[in-house]
Ligand binder design. Structure first.
Ligand code: ZN
Length: 411
């Protein structure tokens, strides 16, 4: 994606002083004259920033302002080892609320709405961002935090919540509970603003139906403000990104090369307006692509696709990058496939062979045709020729993690 004038101006300004302001970047860019960078091409030669680098800066080594200007910190959920601490200035906190308000507006939320906030509050950023954006918009925030399904449902009814926000897994849990109790008609929900995670369209639709809401995918990460740097619109064809706050690129995760618009790869973000901890070419490890062209909604903000997975999930076969999400999507389109599948990649007689096992309720005599149809569908949507094998319901092992559906036996 071409950097626009506003982005370029801001990025150049940021780079001109970054080494003086940030000890972290002074070290990272040692020997590079970043202050003289004026073109996108020069910018694209800068080294990436990765999460591991941020850990080394613990506790406050990322700060690019004097410590008295830091008004808040957040920390990304470190399941292992040292956490990452992100300092925010007053303006960073305001900026985040501004873009979060935009997200609500994009989803059609107004001051008349009542927003039930189920993400957590605390070091991890999610809840407080949903709250600040909601209050800035003028809607009523119902700050529940996660868990306590009983109370969630009670408040949802009594407070007449019209918007539910949260992670997809918590939305699923609530949806199942509402379905089980048969109380959908007693609720007032209209919209769901759900953290963008990789999940199949079938699953998404079933949660939306159970809750009786329209779905919006919100995107973000703690290192770059938090959730709220982009959201899907009514057309649900990707996520509009607030490109006046962030600059984003899609790279080949193996080579680091910047990829043309439309091609899937890793999302890399530069947070050029952040004061507390600006990040330059930060690797998100999220897989997506830039969607070329304009959105029918008329928004001028560019779009990325919904997140297809993590870079660790990516598998390259015969020069084609494949992601589990591609298979989720294709299989959800196939009549006769029930959704459960497994992909095996082998190297036999000098060739990569991809075998797709999928469960079906179609009787054995009709499976041959179904397999051929599946192979053609995968070829047209993913660009890879697979060997399709239809199997009985319950034949494949069940797993919590979707990534466990891919087995690369080549190495
Ligand atoms: Zn749109």
């Amino acid at each position: 994606m071409r950097m626009n004038g506003y982005q370029k101006e801001n990025i150049i300004r940021l780079l001109s002083t970054i080494k003086e302001k940030s000890p972290f970047y002074a070290k990272k860019f040692e020997g590079i004259d970043v202050a003289s960078i004026t073109t996108q091409e020069e910018f694209e030669r800068l080294p990436f920033t990765d999460k591991g680098d941020l850990r080394e800066a613990y506790p406050l080594g990322l700060a690019a302002v004097p410590e008295r200007d830091i008004v808040r910190i957040h920390s990304s959920s470190g399941t292992t080892g040292t956490p990452v601490v992100i300092p925010y200035t007053r303006r960073d906190v305001e900026d985040w609320a501004v873009i979060f308000e935009r997200c609500y507006r994009m989803a059609g939320v107004t001051e008349a709405d009542r927003v039930q906030i189920t993400p957590g509050y605390g070091l991890w950023t999610a809840g407080i961002g949903f709250q600040a954006g909601c209050e800035r918009l003028g809607a009523m925030a119902i700050p529940m935090g996660p868990g306590n399904t009983e109370k969630q449902i009670r408040m949802m009814k009594d407070m007449k919540s019209t918007v539910i926000t949260g992670t997809s897994s918590y939305a699923l849990l609530l949806a199942e509970e509402i379905e089980r109790r048969g109380i959908r008609d007693e609720l007032y929900l209209k919209k769901g603003i759900i953290g963008s995670e990789r999940w199949g369209d079938k699953m998404r639709q079933s949660i939306a139906d159970s809750l009786g809401v329209d779905f919006y995918d919100i995107y973000g990460l703690t290192e770059i403000y938090g959730p709220g740097i982009g959201i899907s619109c009514d057309y649900r064809n990707g996520i509009h990104m607030w490109d006046d706050y962030v600059y984003f690129e899609i790279i080949d995760p193996e080579t680091g090369e910047v990829l043309p618009d439309g091609e899937p790869g890793e999302l890399v973000i530069t947070a050029f307006r952040k004061e507390g901890a600006p990040l330059i070419r930060y690797r998100t490890h999220d897989l997506t692509r830039i969607i070329p062209g304009d959105c029918p909604c008329g928004s001028r903000f560019p779009r990325i696709d919904i997140i297809m997975g993590r870079t660790d999930d990516m598998v390259k076969v015969k020069g084609v990058n494949m992601f589990p999400a591609h298979f989720d999507e294709a299989i959800s389109l196939m009549k006769g496939a029930t959704g459960e599948y497994q992909v095996m990649i082998d190297h036999l007689e000098g060739k990569d062979i991809v075998t797709l096992y999928f469960e079906t309720d179609v009787p054995p005599e009709s499976r041959r045709a179904l397999e051929q149809e599946m192979t053609a569908l995968i070829k047209s949507r993913i660009g890879v020729t697979v060997v399709s094998k239809a199997v009985d319901l319950g034949y494949l092992p069940r797993s919590e993690k979707k990534t466990n559906r891919f087995f690369d036996n080549r190495y």
